[in-house]
Ligand binder design. Structure first.
Ligand SMILES: Nc1ncnc2c1ncn2[C@@H]1O[C@H](COP(=O)(O)OP(=O)(O)OP(=O)(O)O)[C@@H](O)[C@H]1O
Length: 280
């Protein structure tokens, strides 16, 4: 299922320009690229929602996609997952054009709306999705796969509860467990920590880092909560369909001479506004 590559190394990708498109070299300079966007655009309802984005996301890292509500995070994630219409420019995912059929088993995408059956238990949902993902798996291997996914998202205590009776946070963890079934190389998670208490948020971020460190999984995680920025190795900051910054949290604070990512973001927004006014 997973074309596992320790440390994210993939000979088909090694050697592609690995330097970030917008800024920074750092340790990412030596990592292969998982997602490459050049001149990426999306128009929705006649409006330009993503405006000529250029960036690289590197393998085996947790990259945060941060920006205010409506800036285009979900649209970008849909484009990466191959579910967004009217995408222009270049968008390569794991070395193939986004949306390629060959990417289906290599990419896990969790939307903001939990996509599970409410009249099944958490375990029954996982059994069902596992049987679709890999119809030939024998009963004990399937059981082990489902148990692993339930443990990873800390839901073993609720395995036999009807999904319809779970809290919002528990339900979103069932969706995440579904995405983890196939041990995907790339996980695209749209606001996975919304509505979770601080302990669960911390545990989920720890899980994301374990997946990156131990399996070489690449994670792109969106959030509109700036204090989650320091949980990420790399950040893409978005505003109004554009990328404001692409860097590490430390470098962002350093460049903007601020103490927090929220202040760094506000600093960058002000600078972008000034530039827009100057070019008008
Ligand atoms: N079907 C549509 N037609 C026109 N505009 C749309 C459509 N769907 C979304 N938009 C607009 O596209 C922009 C980006 O939406 P998107 O959902 O990607 O933002 P987001 O950053 O994920 O927001 P949030 O954090 O609230 O989920 C928004 O301004 C939204 O109003």
């Amino acid at each position: 299922m997973m074309n596992k590559s320790p440390g994210g190394a993939d000979p088909t990708l090694t050697g592609l320009g690995t330097q970030s498109a917008q800024s920074g070299t750092g340790p990412e300079g030596t990592r292969p690229v998982a997602i490459r966007a050049r001149g990426l655009g999306v128009v929705r309802g006649g409006r330009t929602v993503l405006d000529s984005l250029d960036f690289d996301i590197h393998r085996g890292q947790v990259t945060g996609l941060l920006g205010p509500s409506g800036c285009g995070k979900s649209t970008l994630m849909r484009a990466i997952a191959g579910t967004q219409a009217k995408v222009t420019g270049t968008l390569d995912v794991l070395g193939r054009p986004a949306g390629s059929a060959a990417l289906r088993s290599r990419l896990g995408y969790v939307t903001q709306a939990p996509s599970v059956y409410l009249d099944l238990t958490a375990r029954q949902n996982l059994d069902y999705f596992s049987s679709i993902l890999d119809p030939w798996l024998n009963r004990s291997d399937r059981r082990a796969q489902v148990d692993r996914a339930l443990t990873e998202v800390d839901l073993t205590g609720h395995a036999d509860a009807l999904a319809g009776n779970l809290s919002g946070g528990q339900l979103s963890r069932v969706s995440l467990a579904v995405a983890l079934l196939g041990t995907p190389e790339l996980l695209v998670l749209d606001e996975p920590t919304v509505g979770l208490d601080p302990v669960l948020r911390r545990d989920l971020w720890n899980l994301f880092h374990r997946l990156a460190d131990e399996r070489g999984t690449t994670l792109l995680v969106s959030s509109h909560v700036m204090d989650e920025a320091d949980r990420c190795e790399r950040l893409l900051l978005m505003r109004s369909g554009r990328i404001l910054a692409d860097d590490t949290p430390d470098a962002l604070r350093g460049h903007t001479r601020t103490d927090t990512i929220e202040d760094a973001f506000l600093h960058l927004v002000d600078a972008a506004k000034q530039q827009e006014e100057a070019t008008r």
